[in-house]
Design a protein around this ligand. Structure first.
Ligand code: IDP
Ligand code: MG
Length: 166
């Protein structure tokens, strides 16, 4: 079944010059890249992205981490991959959330760490299921930034001009 998945190369991945390496690893999946851009992450975007974790003790640090406050890199690279079993393939390459538990050859196992402050700096984000992927892709991208039609777009001319999702 074809799926779309949001990938973020987090600020630690950018700071460690892992972009090329991560894209090479992801290319093993034979999935298609259908969107890509650099994003300066606002607090509002980071909080919305991680809203399912807003009751966790590490939430504030997680927001700062995604915004690049710990890495002097106020940006992330956002991509959408598309193809057969995209979520499963990318999550397997990424490895477990906790980089200490991730398989050592996975991206997180190879390059992630747990900071002394307790944040899992795990290099990339990968959507966890189809509904989260849809929510996240609509949060990070406008319809005309994606080269295939993934989700319905509002018909209204005004909405199109504003690049709004339906
Ligand atoms: P995922 O990124 O593997 O989907 P989530 O549970 O959605 O994992 O958590 C989002 C992010 O929050 C993780 O990638 C990691 O950076 C951070 N995180 C998750 N759980 C913990 C924790 O127990 N301690 C510290 N950071 C965590
Ligand atoms: Mg998640």
């Amino acid at each position: 079944m074809n799926q779309a998945v949001l990938i973020l190369i987090k600020p630690d991945g950018l700071k460690k010059s892992l972009t090329g390496n991560i894209l090479t690893r992801l290319s093993e999946t034979k999935l298609e890249i259908v969107a890509a851009k650099m994003v300066r992450v606002s607090a509002a975007l980071a909080k919305e992205h991680y809203k399912h974790l807003n009751d966790k003790p590490f939430f504030n640090d997680l927001i700062k981490y995604l915004q690049g406050e710990f890495h002097d890199r106020r940006k992330v690279m956002a991509l959408v991959y598309w193809g057969k079993d995209a979520i499963g393939k990318c999550r397997e390459l990424a490895g477990a959330t906790n980089p200490e538990e991730a398989e050592s050859t996975s991206i997180r196992g190879s390059y992630g760490r747990i900071t002394t402050g307790g944040v899992y700096e795990n290099v990339i984000h990968v959507s966890s299921n189809e509904s989260e992927a849809e929510r996240e892709i609509k949060l990070w991208f406008a319809p005309d930034e994606i080269i295939v039609d993934l989700y319905p777009v509002a018909e209204k001319e005004e909405q199109r001009r504003l690049k709004g999702w339906a």
